[in-house]
Design a protein around this ligand. Structure first.
Ligand code: NAI
Length: 331
């Protein structure tokens, strides 16, 4: 039998946490033959609710779940973890300035970075979900210098999956037959969902999405805004933000990173830019990546047309501004 993998979920008493921990305990994230030990962190006001989640995990009698640590102590939570899914953060409340929210999250991510650096297992893989996800991941990277930068990522897989879903509905094909969309940039409304390289798997081979949709106006307009605004549409409908789809996307992100992407398929991940596609180095930016042997690689050589170039640059500019704002909060 395999040794259990320790998976940290921060903000585990929250909405996404409640959807995510049973998925992890069922093997959705790491596979049906991989035992797990869950480490769940939340803050003291949520301690009782966190304990309730722990009770439910016991009651669910998951065969793969070999242990549960539920704590409000960040050092205990981080000790020995192989995977860290950072869902906890400070939400923007009505009337709050952007800078105040940023400042709260910078201080959370700064201290959790040091805890991970000191106590996590060597080669721990980190996925930041909490918003502003890209910038929180960047702060975590800056304050955990001994964790390789390749191990620190943020979630844009939800946006990627939303783009697959929109194409699948439009063409009336199954979502698993749509592949290679790309989310570029920030997990925010400036993200660029790009279908220029996307394909549909058909019985007579792969066909470009652009050819099958044959409606550039929709692809360059409503498709993009629908994906960009989907989070807001869910809030409007549910009066709560996306949780099950976010949890599912977090599992997809880690599963593909650890177990590899299928041959001929890429996914979107927020990763530390090396300057690929003229995206400024030193931002956490969403790129198309393939994964093998537990490492991601940015897909190279894709043609970027003028329409796309503007959109890649716009979301990069927003991330540079967020980065400056975050740094200004450090002083
Ligand atoms: P929630 O408010 O239900 O849960 C957040 C939890 O984090 C709460 O239980 C809270 O007590 C906890 N928390 C706050 N500060 C903490 C700290 N310092 N350490 C540990 N835990 C802490 O929120 P929800 O809906 O679960 O969303 C969580 C985050 O994920 C939000 O920032 C949200 O904006 C973000 N999000 C990101 C998505 C993405 O695609 N990247 C998609 C959906 C949500």
């Amino acid at each position: 039998a395999k040794d259990p993998v320790r998976v940290l979920v921060t903000g585990a008493a929250g909405q996404i946490g409640y959807a995510l921990v049973p998925m992890i305990a069922r093997g959705v994230m790491l596979g049906p033959d991989q035992p797990v030990i869950l480490h769940m962190l939340d803050i003291p006001p949520a301690a009782e609710a966190l304990n309730g989640v722990k009770m439910e995990l016991v009651d669910a009698a998951f065969p793969l779940l070999k242990g549960v640590v539920a704590t409000t102590d960040v050092f205990e939570a981080c000790t020995g973890v192989n995977i860290a899914v950072m869902v906890g953060g400070f939400p923007r409340k009505e009337g709050m300035e952007r800078k105040d929210v940023m400042s709260k999250n910078v201080s959370i991510y700064k201290s959790q970075a040091s805890a991970l650096e000191k106590h996590a297992a060597a080669n721990c893989k980190v996925l930041v979900v909490a918003n502003p996800a890209n910038t929180n991941a960047l702060i975590l990277k800056e304050f955990a210098p001994s964790i390789p930068e390749k191990n620190i990522t943020c979630l844009t897989r939800l946006d990627h999956n939303r783009a697959l879903g929109q194409i699948s509905e439009r063409l009336n094909v199954h979502v698993s037959d749509v592949k290679n969309v790309i989310i570029w940039g920030n997990h925010s409304s400036t993200q660029y969902p790009d279908v220029n390289h996307a394909k549909i798997v058909t019985p007579s081979g792969e066909k470009p999405v652009r050819e099958l949709v044959a409606n550039d106006e929709w692809l360059n307009g409503e498709f993009i805004t629908t994906v960009q605004q989907r989070g807001a549409a869910i809030i409007k409908a549910r009066k709560l933000s996306s949780a099950l789809s976010a949890a599912s996307a977090a599992c997809d992100h880690i599963r593909d990173w650890v177990l590899g992407t299928p041959e001929g398929t890429w996914v979107s991940m927020g990763v530390y830019s090396d300057g690929s596609y003229n995206v400024p180095a030193g931002l956490i930016y969403s790129f198309p990546v393939t994964c093998r042997n537990g490492e991601w690689t940015i897909v190279q050589g894709l043609q970027i047309d003028e329409f796309s170039r503007k959109k890649l640059d716009l979301t990069a500019e927003e991330l540079s501004e967020e980065k400056s704002l975050a740094y200004s909060c450090l002083n």
